[in-house]
Design a protein around this ligand. Structure first.
Ligand code: F6P
Length: 340
């Protein structure tokens, strides 16, 4: 069998571990050939396809990013684009494609699979928001990065008696914010799943300030105030989705105005997506990579790998499309105990 392998959408720590696992499993276990499709779905459209022998994945396990490159390219944007992609699968005699991607990239894979392409998905994203899996790799490294930032910011927050706002990524789900917020001991966490109330937020911060004299507030980029909309940069990505960012500054301005307490912002941005993957991400990426090739050998096309109560299982791609995995009430309840 000849497997095509691509990484698509925003990069995240652990992609190289997954690539290594797919190539090694394909070669060592099954004697399959793997080719790399460069820069996500765009490489399939352009025919940018390279051999991926086992030696090409040596030494990449601990490296962030993706040796294959990535892009936010929608292969099912229009009939012409779809036709190019399907033609290149045939031209390069690719029997099946393993796509490592987030919700947009896996959904596109699902659409291609309905048109006859043989696709298996491996979910990845720091956002941890893919429906049907308990976790996605990349998330744990992002959480560690944010937790480290919260730890660091405590000293300056205490010294200056300030409110420190930390803006995290995550789009419409608050997983990074709430998980790192719990781990780092945040005094308030604002996430999209729980629209916040300005009066209540400021009252809580003022009350805390009277005793503790500083606060750490973690704000997910998709956080919203009651009755207000998401703050975005005004740009759209190639899937037509708004590019988020900026809510941390808006929250800081409003808090400072209402409370008079000096407030500063750290928007962590892409540092959350980069750098060396932590062990948990390497393990999840490796296990999913191995089992994706096993799924291909068993003919389980049109499915994606999912973590389900500690086990990797295959789930139909149709089950994640159009859905988002949100922060559950219990997790936020645990975080709330430490607010104020
Ligand atoms: O989906 C992953 C993610 O990192 C989001 O958390 C964030 O909103 C977005 O990607 C940023 O994307 P870009 O790479 O286009 O700046």
């Amino acid at each position: 069998m000849k497997l095509g392998l691509l990484t698509s959408g925003g990069d995240c720590p652990g992609l190289n571990a997954a690539i290594r696992a797919v190539v090694r499993t394909a070669n060592n276990r099954f004697g399959y050939e793997t080719v790399g499709i460069r820069n996500g779905w765009k490489g399939l459209h352009d025919g940018d396809i390279i051999p991926l022998p086992p030696k090409s994945v040596a030494g990449i396990l601990a490296r962030g990013g993706t040796i294959l490159g990535t892009s936010r390219f929608n292969p099912v944007h229009d009939p012409d684009t779809v036709a190019h992609c399907l033609e290149n699968i045939a031209l390069h005699r690719i029997d099946g494609i393993i796509v490592i991607g987030g919700d947009g990239s896996l959904s596109a894979g699902y659409e291609l699979s309905k048109l006859g392409a043989k696709i298996i998905g491996i979910p990845k994203t720091i956002d941890n928001d893919i429906a049907g899996t308990d976790a996605t790799f990349g998330f744990y490294t992002a959480v560690q990065t944010v937790t480290n930032a919260i730890d660091s910011l405590h000293a300056t927050a205490e010294s200056h008696h300030r409110i420190m706002i930390i803006e995290t990524m995550g789009r419409n789900s608050g997983w990074i914010a709430v998980t790192a917020g719990i781990a780092g001991g945040a005094d308030m966490i604002l996430i999209p799943e729980r629209p916040f109330n300005w009066d209540r937020l400021c009252r809580q911060l003022v009350t805390r300030h009277e005793v503790k004299r500083f606060s750490i507030v973690v704000v997910a980029e998709g956080a919203i105030a009651e009755g207000e909309g998401i703050i975005t940069t005004g740009q759209l990505d190639n899937f037509g989705r708004p590019v988020y960012g900026g809510v941390g500054y808006a929250v800081a301005r409003e808090i400072e105005q209402r409370t008079g307490i000096s407030t500063r912002v750290t928007a962590l941005g892409h540092v959350q997506r980069s750098g060396t993957p932590v062990a948990e991400d390497r393990l999840l990426a490796t296990t999913m990579g191995v089992q994706a090739v096993e799924a291909a050998s068993a003919g389980k096309w049109g499915q994606f790998m999912a973590l389900n109560s500690g086990h990797i299982v295959t789930v139909p791609l149709s089950e994640m499309k159009g859905k988002t995995r949100y922060v559950d009430d219990r997790t936020y309840e645990i975080a709330e105990i430490f607010f104020g």
